[in-house]
Write a protein that binds this ligand. Sequence first.
Ligand code: HEM
Length: 244
Amino acid sequence: MSALHNFFFSIYPYICLAVFLMGSLARFDRDQYTWKSDSSQLLRKGSLRWGSNLFHIGILFLFFGHFAGLLTPHSVYEHFISAPDKQLMAVYSGGAAGFICFIGLSLLLHRRLFDPRIRLTSHRTDLAILIILWVQLSIGLATLPLSLHHSDGGVMMALGEWAQRLVTFRPGGAELLVGLDWTYKIHLVLGMTIFLLFPFSRLVHVWSGFGSLAYLIRPYQIVRARRMNVPQGQNQPRRPDASV
Ligand code: HEM
């Protein structure tokens, strides 16, 4: 195992995770007015409806699919589904979601590059994030035929074990990825880099997207009308120094 391989698969993940968590916290604390998805709907609606919706449907499926697929231990799902079948399910469902996401992302990228008003009001990171996501998605889609080639589920098991060792601070994960095709390796490194760039881009809105689910369980807001059925003067707040 080379030193570079060791760096990218056992040290870099922790750098990215630390910057992702601490950076998001610092940005939220210091710069709340820049914490937004920076909608460009006012500048041009066309292609946003299809682009944004297809992209978000696809990316959210891929996000949860990667999360559950990589971090669920084999011992939990082996009672329901075998490793080769799980891999097949991941390839087909991930392929469909990836295709939907790819169409949406290409529409978003096209409008951001070629609409002069959107181009002019875009920050460098807006463009960079879209391009990185597009490249990452394309490489992810390019791994699908490779995964179908190793239909025993071995690659998927190795990737899952690597991710689980990382989050449980167990060593030896990087060794499992030594013989892997470079397409997977680039997909992993670029994927981690997205977490690294997350706090410095509009991607911070993803936290708020998930955070908004808290509205489902938050207590009702109690709103008291000023117009109350009490004699005039009695609904005024009492001054602290007022005599009783
Ligand atoms: C958690 C749920 C999410 C919500 C509620 C959400 C919401 C939004 C909204 C409102 C916009 C602005 C669209 C407009 O221009 O009007 C946006 C844009 C964007 N979102 Fe999300 N988002 C979510 C998750 C994600 C995820 C997981 C990613 C990718 C990792 C992502 C990446 C982006 C990008 C790159 C843009 C900019 C698109 C453009 O160029 O206009 N979002 N999102």
